[in-house]
Design a protein around this ligand. Sequence first.
Ligand code: F6P
Length: 482
Amino acid sequence: MDETIFGRALTELRDAAAGSLATADAGRLIVVSNRVAPIEEGQPTAGGLAAGVLDALQNMGGLWIGWSGEISDAGSRILPEKQKGKIRLQTVDFAKADYDEYYRGFANSALWPVLHYRSALARFSRSDYAGYRRVNELFASAVADALAPQDVVWAHDYHLLGLAAALREKGVINRLGIFLHTPFPAAAVFMTIPVHADLARALCQYDLIGFQTESDRRAFEDYVLREADGHLLPGRALMAFGRVVRTGVYPIGVQTEEIREQAEPPADCPQMARLHRSIGDSKLIISVDRLDYSKGLNERFQAYERFLEQNETRRGDVTFLQIAPPSRSDVEGYREIRLELEREAGRINGRFAELDWTPLRYLNKGFARQMLMPMYARADIGLVTPMRDGMNLVAKEFVAAQNPIDPGVLVLSQFAGAACELKAALLVNPHDPDEIAAALERALSMPLAERRERHAEMMAVLRRNSLTVWRDRFLGDLNGRA
Ligand code: F6P
């Protein structure tokens, strides 16, 4: 590499580490994510990202910019701000073409499958990519309108890989960071996206890129070094496309105490009473996922069927509750999985059900967090077996919701980001129904002492790396704290 560029890069890095704490502390935080949480109480959760960002912003405050969830005939437009507690919320309506090309198209039909190692499902088109860039520019305009010189911008996820590039084009020099909630795949997989080089160049316009796990971070670094002629600098920074970009690992966490409180419902909670009436004292296995092919739902149903085949004495005494709110139902691939699961649930129940026993309850709807936590606490097993997942906050929430005196057992896919931290779960390969079936039986017969020990080990990890720690570590690094 050119010596002068290298020298400049090192100076920039040193400045970043030393100088900007005061600057950033004086500035405000602007968060940008496609999905923003429904900030009214008791709404179903909008997924891990929105819930996590809401928690992280609630006590520190800031401006949150994202999609209103509406498609408007009036075209894409930035709506007036709303205030909710310490959060100022600014949403954007999308024109139909923007929704189709950016959200349904490039983000969810091309990027999402590739980031989850499912390139064969990806559908790429130039016009979708143009729409993706257009919406990133729209979000950049909303940010630029609100931006003061000391503010820092924290973008979230695969929808906004181009936000920093759009802001830099507007002359913005503020600190810009992005946290990727999904996995980042191996270079060879990322390269199946025809515009991979363009995306990497745009990503390198951020000052800091955060990943869920070290293997995601390494995969990005590997791509930049091998395919983008990048160079490694001290402190996990990269010199690429004429800029210095820092990378880091920030596994998203949960608020353990709040979850444990929510897990103890009032004694007269009608929904819990209904659940109790219908399953009595029988063993409960619970899974909660958006209806998405990356979640391994079909494979999980097969594994449960295998478990019922192999463990005759458990029949009649165990219920598997799968909660799967529909998601992205207008994206190809999502309709199919819904039909497939309905068929499979019906088949498995048809095969094993008795007059007084339904082995698999499959609910196609979402529940508010306040309802889910008591259900997690009641469950004997949390079954979380995605084929790939950035983190999977359900796994962490399940652990945090347990009563430490008599905790349930987490059966967790080795391909969820959470597996890097929750090593005391029963880790399984989601491709292997026999292994999952064996883990279910092992969990159901696990002695209390072992359940407590595993739970305590996982809780220690969750307490050390709470959602607040995640937020503070990322923002600390973005602000240049050493
Ligand atoms: O990281 C993926 C993610 O953004 C999650 O945080 C969230 O659970 C989900 O996707 C939401 O998907 P959508 O906004 O398409 O409904």
